[in-house]
Write a protein that binds this ligand. Structure first.
Ligand code: PAF
Length: 267
């Protein structure tokens, strides 16, 4: 497996490959990421590239950029074991030219849910993903459905800007007690880790947002948002649910902000 530390190394490696499956990550890899890699491996004849880059432009000034877990050596080992062909792990100076002022805005789908509470977050995500797509030129890119709004933002980006990339959404991977796998889970204390399991329990009480809210209330969790939304536009869906809906939640457990979602089919 090749470790590519800058754009020049990535371009040189890319020139030697044909079809490429791409798994963009911020590292601190867990089973959720490895499932994306395995899914990419399934496409016959396709090389698999993982990127590891903690992207500063998607963190707000009061967010957890500094404390975001960084476990590069272990990540590389996991990528090697899972059969990645290469890992692109650039530093911030390789990714962003000093004084760069251009960003990608995707519009409405980035505004509700996390967009209300993390201004600029999806602009940072869309910008770095666009740059990564331009640099790596993948045929397919794999994203977890846990970050449901991010997946819709990236689908919109690809559609609106004509990226020749197939975006593959992969179902959320959960711990045995239901907690959605996330790099941020590493920062939960044992008691917070236990409390965090109530987030998925709440979603399972859906699709009624009130029933889900009740489960969170009983666990002492005040959600930042808990909304039943249209799966494509992410606009609120009225209750009772008709057709497809996604119940989406964000909540702090201690200092750790967790998100999760569950899809439902109404009458
Ligand atoms: O989901 C993530 O890890 C990040 O938001 C992504 C897509 C790698 C962009 O930095």
């Amino acid at each position: 497996m090749k470790v590519l530390e800058d754009l020049a190394a990535l371009r040189a490696w890319r020139a030697t490959r044909g079809e490429l499956g791409f798994v963009p990550t911020m590292g601190a890899l867990h089973e959720g990421h490895l499932t994306l890699v395995r899914r990419a491996r399934q496409a016959a004849g396709q090389a698999v590239l993982v990127s590891i880059f903690v992207n500063p432009t998607q963190f707000g000034p009061s967010e957890d950029l500094a404390s975001y877990p960084r476990t590069l050596e272990r990540d590389l080992e996991l990528c090697r074991e899972t059969g990645c062909d290469a890992v692109y792990a650039p530093g911030p100076e390789d990714m962003y030219r000093a004084g760069a002022t251009s960003f990608v805005e995707v519009g409405a789908v980035a505004e509700p849910l996390c967009g209300q509470f993390r201004p600029g977050h999806f602009r940072g995500v869309a910008t770095v993903v666009a740059k990564l797509f331009l640099r790596a030129q993948p045929q397919r890119a794999y994203f977890g459905e846990k970050d449901y709004q991010q997946l819709q933002v990236i689908r919109t980006l690809v559609r609106d800007l004509d990226f020749p990339v197939e975006v593959v959404g992969v179902p959320t991977v959960r711990e045995t007690d239901g907690l959605a796998m996330s790099s941020r889970n590493l920062r939960l204390s044992p008691s917070e880790r236990l409390k965090a399991t109530r987030i998925y329990a709440a979603l399972q009480a859906g699709p009624s947002p009130e029933a889900a809210r009740e489960v969170l209330r009983a666990a002492g969790i005040e959600p930042q948002y808990l909304e039943l939304v249209d799966p494509d536009t992410l606009l609120p869906k009225p209750w009772p649910l008709q057709g497809r809906g996604v119940l989406a939640v964000a909540a702090y457990v201690g200092n750790v902000r967790l998100i999760d979602n569950l899809a439902f089919e109404g009458a």
